[in-house]
Design a protein around this ligand. Structure first.
Ligand code: ZN
Ligand code: FE
Length: 258
């Protein structure tokens, strides 16, 4: 089983992930905030069919192209049942397994950025599509959920195998790594990653996908139990933090001001 995955850029910093199965000439797109890049790809690849659309949450930059793509291709639309998703065919709440491109994708509930936010995980190919929940070296803002919900959601994703490739939606990595350096200045892996991603970005290359292993070693939001992270946050906020959840909430609030 071979699935090729390409990033179709959209807006200023979104990626629409296009999963392609060359053996059947079918493809699937994740979070098409804009239909145009997908329609252009289909036009350039005659004979290919868009079979499915996977939606992680209801924000416009993730669903803006869904209705047009559905109308043009008849693709089946999967998305969170709790949220308003255009043309949704399959209602998901987390815990389901769906067949897409002949592969099993597990649906994981990851509330926090929004309340119905879901992620899609393919275990055999080690693929995770996590929308605006886990970012490379960062995490989504808390628009609807509580710090507790987001912290639990990130823990759920961090518990996936180390080799899992993390396909998030936005190219925020460089900015996230600058914050990670501030939160944990002694972490050499963060410094090395900042250097690497700076080079990639200067060369016009994307910084994704990441991996669960890389995130665990350099994402401050997955490192809320690391003494240096806690000490830096305490110094920054001039107060004591006693548990991982309040450290997470403190870090998220600091990043919002950063
Ligand atoms: Zn969003
Ligand atoms: Fe987004």
């Amino acid at each position: 089983m071979m699935i090729q995955i390409d990033a179709l850029p959209a807006f200023s910093d979104n990626y629409l992930w296009l999963l392609q199965d060359a053996s059947t000439c079918r493809c699937t797109v994740v979070d098409p905030g804009d239909a145009a890049p997908v329609l252009a790809w289909l036009q350039a690849h005659p004979g290919w069919q868009l079979s499915d659309i996977l939606v992680t949450h209801h924000h416009f930059d993730h669903v803006g192209g869904v209705a047009e793509l559905k109308q043009a291709t008849g693709a089946r639309v999967h998305g969170p049942a709790m949220e308003k998703i255009p043309e949704r065919d399959v209602d998901l709440i987390g815990g389901e397994t769906i067949k897409v491109l002949d592969q099993d994708f597990q649906v994981i509930a990851v509330p926090g950025h929004t309340l119905g936010h879901i992620a899609y995980y393919q275990a055999d190919l080690s693929l995770l599509f996590c929308g605006d929940t886990l970012f490379a070296a960062g995490c989504g803002r808390l628009f609807e959920g509580t710090p507790q919900q987001m912290h639990a959601s990130l823990q759920r994703l961090a518990a996936l195998p180390d080799t899992t490739r993390v396909y998030c939606t936005h190219e925020y990595t460089l900015n996230n790594l600058r914050f990670a350096c501030a939160a944990e200045p002694g972490n050499e892996q963060i410094k090395a990653r900042l250097q690497q991603v700076s080079e990639w970005r200067e060369a016009g290359q994307i910084s994704l996908p990441s991996t669960v292993a890389l995130e665990k070693s350099s994402n401050p939001f997955l490192r809320t139990d690391v003494p240096e992270v806690i000490a830096t946050l305490e110094q920054n906020d001039s107060k004591r933090y006693d548990d991982a959840l309040s450290v997470f909430a403190g870090l998220r609030a600091w990043k919002d001001r950063f």
